[in-house]
Ligand binder design. Structure first.
Ligand code: BGC
Length: 531
């Protein structure tokens, strides 16, 4: 594997949703000063990179995924000087900084669109998609038609997401030059990587009805990210995840992206976004294991994750986030983060955050769930709709970080934060976790310390053991004579046998026994088998 790819196995990425992480200026909204003040927290966890969700200038209709100036910081987060200070402080601590790259759409407030919408003759007009009549019957991801009428030119423009997020026309070479220059601007500042938002949407085919993964996707990605000076820049894309497209995007000879997210295991336990369905953790294991095998055989990087800002909490959907919250959170972390790939931890996951329950819509902000509500009110009974939104809203993972159990949870000095705290923040907060007999945060520290110390956990080959056994995930990681065994039991108490025995390195309960024998629900253990 090429060095710039294999080095990626040393990354442990901590994803930050800046408006909800830490507020340093008392306005109720998290900011860059807040992130800076918590860098040691991130480092102590064992992460060595942060991915910042968008902090660029934005009207915030989709919390920053609607960018109005790619080269400036939104005032709610601070200034460019604050960013420079954060970048320097992160680098001093050996923490890399990964920026969000939002290139399928701009904000409708972006200067390009402001000019484009006024005249067909403006050179910026061709930066977007226009038509006299909607070209397709596409629905926006956030509800309603994906085409919006624009008075001044008498045309419709495409917005795959909110009305305030017009899709950019990547068939225009000037657009591609603009985005390449934006990448260079941030690389020039010293950032280490990019997480590319809905990148597969940048190539479309209206005639064939393709909203994404269109015929020019790969050449466009190469034009921006395949340039020589970006060889050591880390990239991870949100893109289509068929085997074929992953190979096409991430192959080491492709000069496109270093990695893409695979989200299929995160659909377990729900139908669409808002309806829970019965499920078993084995389904998650089977999907993860399938991708492990696929990526390993082809020397591709795999992203290890269970949570991000676009999904409710994983342990609430797939496990027991009440009586066994500690067990579940630590078990899932062990099963996923010791695999072969790059761990991505989402803020709050490391203290076992769980979904909230609110009695009315006023506690929600997410443009997606509010759009869902608008489309379905009157069709679905109000109480059911509210249950669905509590279950599926992205706000579950976007609520301000609860650092402690005080009324403002150590997040802000403002009377109220921008979005209500999680409904269980008095119970689930960092201080409470650290004070508990069993701390999820401390377990994460041990887990990542182990990953750091044992090369087999980073570079080693992965082999699943007991593939036929139900309700557990057991695998070996091996590298040049070093052999480790990871055993994660899922929901039911059961006895496992036939496993190789070794020295116990880590366990989330009080396991004294060897690898074989009885396991409690969500008990896990890691053994050293090295001779
Ligand atoms: C981001 C979302 C955002 C959408 C539109 C996604 O994949 O992660 O948070 O709403 O793209 O930019």
């Amino acid at each position: 594997m090429r060095k710039e790819f294999s080095d990626c196995y040393d990354l442990v990425v901590y994803q930050i949703y800046p408006r909800s992480f830490m507020d340093s200026n008392g306005d109720g909204i998290g900011d860059l000063g807040g992130v800076l003040s918590r860098l040691d927290y991130v480092k102590d966890l064992g992460a060595n990179a942060i991915w910042l969700c968008p902090i660029f200038k934005s009207p915030q209709c989709d919390n920053g995924y609607d960018v109005s100036d790619y080269r400036d910081i939104d005032p709610i987060y601070g200034t460019m000087a604050d960013f420079d200070a954060l970048l320097a402080a992160a680098h001093e601590r050996g923490i890399k900084v990964i920026m969000d790259f939002v290139a399928n759409h701009t904000s409708s407030e972006h200067e390009w669109f402001q000019r484009a919408r006024l005249s067909k003759n403006d050179p910026y007009h061709d930066y977007y998609y226009w038509a006299d009549e909607p070209l397709t019957d596409w629905r926006s991801e956030f509800g309603g038609s994906a085409w919006e009428f624009n008075e001044p030119t008498g045309e419709y423009y495409l917005h795959s997401f909110a009305v305030g997020q017009p899709d950019v026309n990547w068939t225009n070479p000037k657009v591609r030059e603009e985005y390449a220059a934006i990448v260079d601007f941030w690389v020039g500042k010293g950032v280490d990587g990019f997480r590319c938002d809905v990148l597969d949407h940048v190539s479309k085919d209206f005639k064939k009805g393709l909203r994404r993964n269109g015929p020019h996707l790969h050449e466009y990605i190469r034009e921006v990210f395949g340039r020589d000076h970006l060889t050591n820049i880390y990239t991870v894309g949100e893109a289509e995840t068929t085997e074929e497209s992953i190979l096409a995007t991430c192959g080491q000879d492709r000069r496109e992206l270093k990695s893409v997210f695979q989200f299929s295991h995160l659909m377990v336990g729900r139908q669409g976004k808002y309806t829970p369905v019965p499920h078993r953790m084995d389904e998650v294991k089977d999907i993860v294991e399938g991708w492990e095998r696929f990526t390993q055989e082809r020397d591709l990087l795999y992203i290890l994750l269970t949570d991000n800002h676009d999904r409710p909490w994983f342990i609430s959907r797939t496990g027991n986030d009440r009586a066994l919250r500690y067990e579940c959170a630590t078990n899932v972390a062990t099963a996923i983060f010791l695999q072969r790939g790059i761990p991505f931890v989402y803020e709050g996951q490391e203290i076992g955050c769980a979904n909230s329950h609110f009695p009315d819509l006023s506690a929600f902000n997410d443009v997606e769930c509010l759009g869902y509500y608008e489309e379905n009110k009157g069709k679905i009974p109000e109480a059911t709709l509210l249950e669905q939104i509590n279950f599926g809203s992205r706000d579950n993972t976007r609520r301000p970080f609860a650092w402690d159990g005080t009324p403002n949870h150590g997040f802000t000095t403002a009377a109220a934060p921008w979005l209500p705290y999680a409904s269980r923040a008095d119970e689930i907060n960092l201080a409470a976790d650290l004070a508990a007999e069993r701390s999820i945060y401390r377990y994460y520290q041990q887990l990542f310390a182990l990953r750091r110390e044992r090369v087999a956990l980073r570079r080693g080959k992965s082999t699943q053991l007991l593939p036929e056994s139900k309700d557990c995930y057991v695998y070996l990681r091996e590298h040049e004579g070093e052999r480790l065994l990871v055993v994660c039991n899922f929901e039911r108490a059961q006895s496992l046998d036939g496993l190789p025995e070794g020295r116990l390195l880590l366990t989330n309960l009080d396991r004294a026994a060897g690898a074989n024998g009885a396991y409690a629900p969500f008990e896990c253990a890691v053994y050293d088998l090295t001779k």
